[in-house]
Write a protein that binds this ligand. Structure first.
Ligand SMILES: C[S@@+](CC[C@H](N)C(=O)[O-])C[C@H]1O[C@@H](n2cnc3c(N)ncnc32)[C@H](O)[C@@H]1O
Length: 381
């Protein structure tokens, strides 16, 4: 993609200094345009420099009508366009982009970040979203830094949560290439003393967006962290059966595509690409060939993130659904396991998380571990 093809909004976000972005592009952003810069208001150089200089301030209609050729109607149009433009400025300050290896890790709400990305470009998404109100991430971070001793759940209504996820997976749908995949790790969660069937609702939410359900993989953890099964041992009677939790789900969804588009992603690859991406099948016939994957969970002392999934899980998804050089995104990346797996496997990657601390940690891990792990190869599980 040449620089010319990059949308103005993306240019602004990629630039360390927004002032470096060309006037035309800047105007296109201010005026709410998604395509190449075009000064639709046909503004003079003086007006453009006035806008550039005062972008962060409140610009009023009366400020603009002072310039030749700008009547009240035009000034009003510009002022409302500025409101849209300002949002991108706010986003720019909220979002921080860190380049690491073949990827970018971005601090921000994944909704805002995805809105700056072009349509139909990414081949694979792998993520694990927040499980309703199971973890209060802001407070977990405060606890990590010793600011507080305990964190408590922040109550979230199920409707709010459903909208939060569907909005974001809808935006993800837009940026994924037709034929590309969206893989999601999710699990039932306890809330208000009840067990919520989150994964089973989640599949319906995804289908209503247009995602096509493809696989239900069970991630079996082998070790139970809870002691639920002990209830029956204390009360060996009907009605006391509470099995311990040892599984989570990994759902695979696909964005529908014409056969040719799908083939372009997976089947019409060059011989060289196929050779470079040949999957090692030496231990495939054991458990990998079935939809129950037995993978040891991450122990609390191995990762500062309270709910990170294992690198091996991310590695399998990345390896089975993308080629080297493809871009993989994780929109709730936490400690960056997806990014680390993608880096190790020669993919480009984007990771987004709203918590700066997790992104900093992910950057450090990718920088440090990628090299070490590549050397020892012990990450293979
Ligand atoms: C289940 S965790 C992901 C853990 C990750 N898979 C790992 O292995 O470390 C969900 C993450 O979503 C992040 N998050 C919550 N709301 C977000 C938002 N609106 N945009 C981006 N990230 C968000 C949280 O900070 C948390 O790190």
């Amino acid at each position: 993609m040449s620089n010319e093809d990059i949308r103005p909004r993306e240019k602004l976000l990629a630039a360390d200094n927004p002032k470096m972005v060309g006037t035309e592009d800047l105007l296109a952003i201010i005026l709410g345009h998604g395509t190449k810069g075009k000064n639709v208001f046909d503004l003079s150089k003086e007006v453009i420099s006035f806008l550039r200089e005062n972008m962060g301030e409140e610009i009023k209609v009366s400020d603009l009508t002072q310039f030749d050729g700008i009547g009240e109607a035009k000034a009003l149009q510009i002022v409302s366009a500025l409101e849209i433009g300002k949002r991108f400025y706010k986003d720019k300050t909220k979002m921080q982009i860190k380049k690491v290896g073949n990827g970018r890790l971005i601090i921000g709400d994944c909704m805002d970040v995805m809105q700056t990305m072009p349509d139909n470009e990414i081949i694979l998404a792998f993520t694990s979203p927040p499980y309703l109100d199971a973890i209060n991430y802001e407070d977990q971070i405060k606890k990590l830094s010793g600011e507080i001793k305990y964190w408590e759940r922040k109550k979230v209504s199920y409707e709010y949560y459903r909208n939060f996820l569907t909005d974001r997976f809808k935006e993800l749908y837009r940026i994924i290439k037709p034929g590309g995949h969206n893989v999601v790790n999710i699990s039932p969660v306890a809330s208000d003393g009840k067990r919520v069937a989150l994964p089973f609702h989640f599949v319906g939410w995804m289908e209503s967006i247009g995602w096509v359900f493809k696989e239900d993989i069970i991630w079996e953890k082998e070790i139970a962290r809870d002691r639920r099964s002990g209830v029956l041992m204390q009360h060996p009677y009907p009605g006391y059966y509470y099995p311990s939790f040892v599984v989570e789900y990994v759902f695979v969804f696909q964005k529908p595509a014409e056969k040719k588009e799908q083939n372009n992603i997976y089947y019409f690859r060059t011989r060289k690409e196929r050779a470079e991406n040949k999957i090692d099948l030496s231990d495939y016939q054991g458990e990998k060939s079935k939809n129950i994957w037995k993978i040891r969970p991450v122990a609390p002392q191995e990762n500062i993130h309270p709910s990170s999934f294992p690198l091996e899980l991310a590695k399998r998804v990345v390896e089975y659904y993308s080629y080297k050089g493809d871009t993989v995104i994780d929109i709730f990346t936490g400690s960056g396991q997806t990014n680390l797996a993608a880096e190790l496997l020669g993919r480009k990657h984007i990771g987004i998380d709203s918590q700066e601390k997790y992104i900093e940690y992910a950057v450090k891990r990718i920088n440090n571990q990628a090299k070490q792990l590549q050397l020892s190869d012990n990450w293979k599980s």
